[in-house]
Design a protein around this ligand. Structure first.
Ligand code: IFM
Length: 443
């Protein structure tokens, strides 16, 4: 049995948290929320396992007190959550659903009452369908709609939140959803992709400006990273890996911190970017107070025939999670070091997501002994310790996720939670990994 490194093995003030997102847990069918492009995507045969959607999810909308109680009882410091654009503005713009805003108001108060720091993300993927109808992330106007939505949320919550980030994982919002077609809106179109990549960054910059103008503190960004490793020693695989790395690992952070896009990405994207994109880079590169990294896995990359970007993922030999994602903890240490060295310098860094899906089973006593997940967390927390020892200004670590939840195109099949969910009865049961965190955080 593996133990997690105790709190005392981290610098004083190092913060631990759990991360969640609105559509994945709340139950979007409740409380007057408007339809989203995820509802549309899931209703289209073949897109989502068993065509499942987030209409009920974990019913956190009604059971949030239980959930916050469990998070607080484990000794976590931070609760990372997102607000749903379509819950608050059912049409994406215009009339506010006060019931939705009241829900987040209670939720934030509930965190504070339990000693949890509210770490807010404004967009974790459930775009209002009315805005998707207008072209969604392809339409430059979204950057203004998003700024207005930011204003609506912050007018109500900014006096109590601890931190805010505009958009979770810009790569997923753009490349995964518009080039790979794996997430809503399910497009496979390079022009749509280039526009979405640029607009998601411009929306980030505009939202930060709105929040700065409102005097809101502790503003950051959250990007996901995957180590790109050449599948073999050929120059072709090296070059393909560089292209993969430019798109996945450099495009967004480079725009945010250096106000430019990497050449290896522009090679293929430049003809498809909206006219005058260069003029937006100054807005995108707003000063930030912290930067968050989401890290799960690595990819082995080989050259592939066909049009740009000409790369393909090759199966790696290492151990894998239930998602089929190779486990490579040293990648987290490498990214923490690399991001600080190349982009963020002394800025506080946080691991804003890290965790694994596992084939969790309840035993006869209703217990889930997820030792594989504990080992994953232990190895990644050690990677954080190594990064700290190397001088990286890492200030906190958040596990994905508090609860088993809606894993997007994989429906409810993949479980990432520290707390097991029976999706029929909605019963919550802390897993062994939850207890491992509780023990580590007490020490
Ligand atoms: O569930 C997702 C989350 O929404 C964003 N980051 C990765 C997680 C696991 O796939």
């Amino acid at each position: 049995m593996t133990a997690l490194p105790p709190r005392s093995a981290f610098p004083t003030g190092f913060q631990f948290g759990v991360a969640t997102s609105s559509y994945q847990i709340e139950g979007h069918g409740f409380g007057g929320a408007g339809p989203t492009h995820w509802d549309t995507f899931a209703a289209t045969p073949g897109n989502v396992v068993r065509a499942e959607n987030g209409a009920r999810a974990c019913d956190h909308y009604h059971l949030w007190e239980q959930d916050l109680d469990l998070v607080a009882a484990a000794g976590f410091d931070i609760y990372r959550f997102s607000t749903s654009w379509a819950r608050v503005l059912p049409e994406g713009r215009g009339p506010v659903n006060m019931e939705g805003l009241d829900f987040y108001d209670r939720l934030v108060d509930g965190m504070l009452e339990r000693g949890l720091k509210p770490a807010l993300t404004l967009y974790h993927w459930e775009l209002p369908a009315a805005l998707a109808d207008k072209g969604g992330w392809r339409n430059r106007e979204i950057t203004r709609w998003f700024a207005d939505y930011t204003h609506v949320i912050m007018a109500r919550l900014s006096d109590r939140i601890w931190s805010a980030a505009p958009i979770n994982e810009p790569w997923c919002v753009s490349w995964l959803s518009h080039f790979l077609g794996a997430h809503a809106p399910g497009l496979r179109d390079i022009r749509a992709t280039a526009r979405a990549m640029h607009h998601v960054l411009l929306a980030h910059g505009r939202a930060i400006k709105v929040m700065r103008a409102g005097g809101i503190k502790n503003l950051g960004a959250v990007c996901n990273f995957e180590t790109a490793l050449p599948a073999d020693a050929s120059p072709e695989s090296e070059a393909a890996t560089n292209r993969y790395d430019a798109i996945f690992n450099r495009f967004f952070v480079e725009a945010m911190f250096k106000g430019r896009y990497p050449e290896a990405a522009l090679e293929g994207l430049a003809p498809h970017l909206p006219e005058g994109w260069e003029d937006d880079l100054a807005t995108i590169a707003q000063p930030l107070d912290w930067f968050g990294l989401n890290y799960y896995t690595c990819k082995r990359i080989a050259a592939a025939p066909g049009p740009w970007p000409g790369f393909a993922e090759v199966d790696g030999a290492g151990p894998k999670t239930e998602m089929g994602w190779e486990i490579r903890p040293e990648g987290l240490q490498e990214f923490l070091t690399r991001i600080a060295r190349d982009y963020t310098g002394d800025l506080p860094l946080y691991v804003t997501e890290n965790g694994m899906a596992a084939p969790d089973r309840l035993d006869k006593r209703g217990l889930c002994d997820d030792q594989d997940r504990i080992a994953y967390y232990a190895a990644h927390l050690r990677a954080c310790q190594n990064a700290l020892a190397a001088g990286v200004p890492l200030k906190g670590y958040m596990a994905w996720s508090a609860l088993d939840n809606y894993e997007w195109a994989l429906g409810y099949e993949k479980r990432f939670g520290l707390i097991h969910l029976d999706f029929e009865s909605l019963q919550r049961r802390p897993k062994a990994s939850y207890h491992a965190f509780k023990t580590a955080l007490e020490r």
